[in-house]
Design a protein around this ligand. Structure first.
Ligand code: GLA
Length: 389
């Protein structure tokens, strides 16, 4: 199955730096195609979908977990590289990725991030979840959305973008969560090299929900020798949620001012990573939720993080409707597995897990994560790729 989009209007959308970088790339139509990608260990067929922007960016994802396996973007010289960590085969994702609890590139739910002690109450009912991260529940449980095979269909190809629609039904009681949940996630790649993820969900019982994507980015290319230490982040957040030693928020938001969490001005990831800071020591690096500054229309994605790799010139802007972003520096990569580009080690990548705050169902002061029958959950995150001289 293949669809394509006309390249009309690309130049109008693009910034000057981006235009310079793609000058050598002939403008061709965005495309989408899907091919078989083997079968899960329990025999379910899996597909791999490839989307191209027509302006240098290619995104590949599997129906298993909706997992983004590759994002290929040009550097400032126009040389392409895959900027997300991953594996060559489905079986690698099912074994290496899962055993390490790494969630490479996958859609995460029902509850992205942690729920303290795997327990919450809702409408007077108590709910118990599998504890798969020390004493806590993490990323949807033993078989979360990252380990499900999603139904993938081509979406609308407008003049300037191609899209794919991923669907999953999570039954009432799935991993201990109440309510039958119907999920529709739309992946769109547009000719300004923006990859967007739009999440929608409905339920038939009161439930809690927090969805994200767990791509690990390295703008120099997966497995590049220097990791992401020198890559620069700007995070649009004055506050973050400090945690206990099991990564559960303490319930208050602290100012980033004067801490290693201050990325309000462009700051290298490695600049304060070795600071003698209890939060960094407990998490073995960055693995924290930043409280995003918001202005104006909260329903529109707003700039959360800008990432820049001075060596390659690649940039990544992350915009979201979510109130928070978990930035994680691959602290649990201990050199024990090889993926695309070689053995993965600490600080080989960063994640931008746009989300509601960890443990919200147990934290009354945090933005709520409840979804009720008759409501539609809506969330959008955009990853826009470019280059800077
Ligand atoms: C999230 C968590 C981390 C870790 C990774 C997966 O980023 O916050 O602590 O669990 O997922 O390894």
């Amino acid at each position: 199955m293949t669809t394509s989009a006309r390249p009309a209007g690309a130049a109008l959308l693009a910034g000057a730096a981006f235009l310079a970088a793609i000058a050598a790339v002939p403008a061709v139509a965005a495309t989408l195609s899907t091919a078989p990608f083997g079968a899960t260990a329990d025999g379910k067929p899996v597909t791999l979908t490839t989307m191209t922007s027509g302006h240098g960016v290619t995104v590949k994802f599997m129906s298993y977990g909706g997992t983004i396996t590759e994002i290929i973007t040009p550097d400032r010289q126009g040389h392409p590289a895959n900027v997300v960590l991953g594996f060559p085969s489905l079986r690698d994702y099912e074994t290496k990725g899962v055993e390490g609890g790494f969630y490479f590139g996958a859609l995460i739910g029902r509850y992205a991030n942690r729920i303290a002690k795997g327990h919450f109450s809702l409408g007077g009912q108590e709910y118990t979840l599998a504890t798969n991260n020390g004493p806590n529940a993490l990323h949807g449980g033993a078989k979360g959305f990252d380990k499900q095979v999603w139904d993938v269909q081509p979406g609308a190809a407008s003049g300037r973008a191609v899209s794919a629609v991923l669907r999953l039904t999570s039954p009432d009681g799935d991993e201990g969560y109440p309510g039958k949940l119907d999920l529709v996630v739309t992946y769109t790649l547009s000719d300004d090299n923006a990859f967007s993820i739009q999440y929608q969900a409905t339920t038939d019982k009161d439930t809690v929900l927090n969805l994200t994507n767990h791509a690990y980015f390295n703008l120099a290319g997966a497995g590049s020798a220097n990791g992401v230490f020198q890559q620069v982040l700007t995070v649009n957040a004055d506050r973050y949620t400090p945690t206990d030693k099991t990564s559960i928020p303490l319930g208050h938001n602290d100012p980033v001012q004067g801490t290693p969490f201050d990325f309000r001005k462009p700051t290298a990831i490695g600049a304060h990573l070795r600071a003698d800071d209890q939060q960094l020591i407990w998490a073995q690096g960055y693995d924290h939720n930043w409280v995003l500054n918001k202005q104006g229309n909260a329903a529109a994605p707003q700039l959360a993080v800008r990432a820049f790799d001075p060596a390659s010139g690649r940039t990544l802007d992350c915009l979201t409707t979510e109130p928070g972003v978990q930035i994680y520096t691959g602290n649990f990569f201990k050199g024990v597995l090889a993926g695309d580009g070689g053995v993965y080690r600490q600080t080989d990548a960063f994640t931008l897990e746009t989300q509601h705050f960890p443990d919200s169902p147990n934290q009354p002061s945090f933005p709520p994560t409840e979804l009720k029958p008759g409501q539609t959950f809506n969330s959008t995150t955009v990853f826009r790729f470019g280059v800077r001289k």
